[in-house]
Design a protein around this ligand. Sequence first.
Ligand code: MG
Length: 403
Amino acid sequence: MTTTPSDSALSTQHSALDKKRLAILGSTGSIGTQTLDVVGQFPDRFEVVGLAASHVSPLLQEQTEKFHPKVVATDPKALVELACRDDVDLVVVATAGKAGFEPTLAALEHGTPVALANKETLIMAGDLVMRQARAANTPVYPIDSEHSAIWQCLQGEDRSRVARLILTASGGPFRELPAEELASVTKERALKHPNWVMGPKITIDSATLMNKGLEILEAHHLFDLPFSQVDAIIHPQSIVHSMVEFLDGSIKSQLGVPDMRVPIAYAIAYPERLPINSPRLDIAAKDLTFQAIDDRRFPCIRLAKEAGTRGGTFPTVLAAADEEAVRLFLEDRIGFMDIPRLVEATLDQHESFPNPTLGDILEADVWARRRLVELARQSAARPGLGSELVRSAAQHSALSTQH
Ligand code: MG
């Protein structure tokens, strides 16, 4: 039996048959473990049919013993098979990088709703994924806190009455740091996020604000709005998770303590709200502040909007180049400001495919990774090259603002 949203909205008592059957891809990661935490709080509401991780580990073993899944997958082909099983009601895609890409498309093609925590899937193949979702009339539920906030603000609202989406960004650990100090920050400092505990890739992306840039691309696809209607603002307390401004000037927002289990629970139980065990917000004890994003210190928002507006395979190149740049930074091979610099240089050298196919996207992904590593090697061998890249980037943005 399949539980539909209207069924579960009507019933308050749940028999074993009413359990929502989940496949959790990326179960040992940050989102995966928190998803299992929520699932573990409501054993009468969820059944874990499958777990998938990139490799066998003691944690995966522990999860298997606790949740007794029918399937444990650790290779990409098995991930796709798990995503299209007939006995799965919802696929939670919480893998990192492009590993979430094919299972997401496969689940949607099969008509199985997807709760998506993997950013790259929508960024690289947002057009393909959302086209597939619409064709199969199958929903994609966001897990990310910002998109969950927007999704919650849009409940009962007519999409055509939206003026703009406003994503909030904590600003990361370097929100107040002067531009000249940003170049020399260490990975240890970059990994200390003030409000959220997350995996290393997304923590570095939060420090460069590339995370927010990627989320703007995601929001564009999820809510079908042009880039001119998707903005970001710094909100250091991470209490307002995002906002929607409507045509009459009203702004709705969703607030709460920074706890990923809240948007996870909303996505896996939608349209219900679960009484999850999570700290409550003491609203009287909080000062909420907002400030505009300094494009000079945090160029990643601009890079993401430009890549999104240019479309084709540019967003793929942005995401793939960023993933490589973050890896090099975590290996102490490049500096913090080399991340946006090298990503921009890679974008500048890219020739996009219009209306890319899956093959074009994967090809652009491989190209971007190679190109970024080559550019990093060149700039390490010739220290002067970094400033050349900055100059060419400055010329490029001067040109691109003309039209
Ligand atoms: Mg987020």
